[in-house]
Write a protein that binds this ligand. Structure first.
Ligand SMILES: Nc1ncnc2c1ncn2[C@@H]1O[C@H](COP(=O)(O)OP(=O)(O)O)[C@@H](O)[C@H]1O
Ligand SMILES: [Mg+2]
Length: 329
């Protein structure tokens, strides 16, 4: 197998709060890797640290500790000046295309902007490259002279995607790229991302809380809870054989494609704990139907269950990690 494009080890990000000495534990010791051409989905409830991880790996923010190897080089604490030449190789598509784009530039100029910043193409070459990019994201020529205010959400997100692929990046982070869009245009954007996934050969980190999207687009899935990876597995295994009780609860909310599979829903009670006063032990223990006393004091390590399957739950070793077995139908 090829060396990973992105290798994250022991990533930690704390944010200061208004109170002195008190911090938000947004990301707590997260490790994972993504190879060229691979799309890794990242799921978890709001506030679980997904966007913080996405921004940290692109160095849009500096981690508190840990290493981020991008194409073999640790960029975790590189100064902005040293990051600048790498920027063309690492791109992001945000949730809100309205906020991401300069309203004073036409679509054509917005698509040309990264080429202007990161290449030495002349004006004519940029123009022709931008037309090619518009074509790749299925944005018709007639729309290129429009300003953002004259485009729909789906069209704007296509502009953002064209910008993100303009410099042939090695890594693209998608941070909930369809969640601000109307349901009717989401499918089209997903289809486009699906196409680009094979076409660009880039490594992709796909952040979403929509499980249907994750199933469609990812090779592997990372399940996040309270700033920690609680499970990592190939997409099929996450949906069918999730080992962590949180994964099982999350997936049970997603209708199985096979109607013969009896559906058991596991509705989680309570709220995700505050990342300020991080609880000791397993972060999920306060909501876990399977938690025992040890779960509240011992922090479960992320342990290998198979070649590409890891999960962090003390009850797995005892075979006591199945929600279906533990709760009445
Ligand atoms: N700039 C910031 N300052 C303080 N707290 C932040 C900041 N950004 C994120 N957080 C906090 O970090 C935690 C993780 O946030 P985030 O990464 O946005 O989660 P997600 O994308 O999964 O919803 C949340 O508790 C959030 O409030
Ligand atoms: Mg987010």
């Amino acid at each position: 197998m090829s060396a990973p494009i992105l290798q994250v080890d022991g990533l930690v990000k704390h944010f200061p709060t208004a109170r002195k000495g008190q911090v938000v534990h947004a990301v707590n010791d997260v490790s994972f890797a993504i190879r060229a051409g691979e799309t890794v989905g990242m799921v978890g409830e709001s506030g679980s640290g997904k966007s913080t991880i996405g921004r940290a790996v692109l160095r849009l923010l500096e981690p508190t500790s840990g290493s981020i190897h991008f194409q073999g080089r640790d960029i975790a604490h590189l100064p902005e000046r040293a990051l600048r030449p790498l920027r063309a190789d690492m791109q992001i598509v945000f949730q809100d295309p309205w906020a991401a784009l300069n309203p004073r530039l036409r679509a054509r100029d917005l698509i040309e902007e990264p080429l202007l910043l990161h290449t030495d193409l002349d004006k004519v070459a940029r123009r022709s490259r931008a037309a090619g990019l518009a074509d790749r994201v299925h944005l018709s020529d007639a729309l290129l002279d429009r300003y953002p205010a004259e485009l729909s959400g789906g069209q704007l997100q296509r502009v953002c995607i064209a910008r993100a692929i303009a410099t042939n990046p090695k890594l693209i982070v998608f941070d909930e790229p369809t969640s601000s869009l109307d349901l009717s245009v989401r499918a089209g954007i997903l289809e486009l991302l699906h196409e680009l996934r094979t076409e660009t050969g880039a490594a992709m980190l796909f952040i979403t809380h929509d499980l249907g999207t994750v199933k469609l687009i990812s090779d592997r899935v990372l399940v996040l809870y309270l700033g920690r990876i609680v499970e990592e597995a190939p997409t099929g295994a996450i949906f069918e054989r999730g080992a962590h009780p949180y994964t099982q609860a999350l997936m049970s909310a997603h209708l199985p494609p096979d109607p013969s599979v009896r559906l058991r829903r596991h509705v989680l009670e309570g709220e995700i704990p505050s990342p300020i006063g991080l609880p000791p032990g397993c972060g999920f223990a306060s909501r876990c139907p399977l938690a025992v006393e040890r779960c509240r004091t011992l922090s479960p390590p992320l342990e290998a269950l198979g070649p590409s399957h890891r999960a962090a739950c003390l009850r797995i070793a005892e075979g006591a990690n199945r929600l279906d077995a533990a709760t009445p139908a």
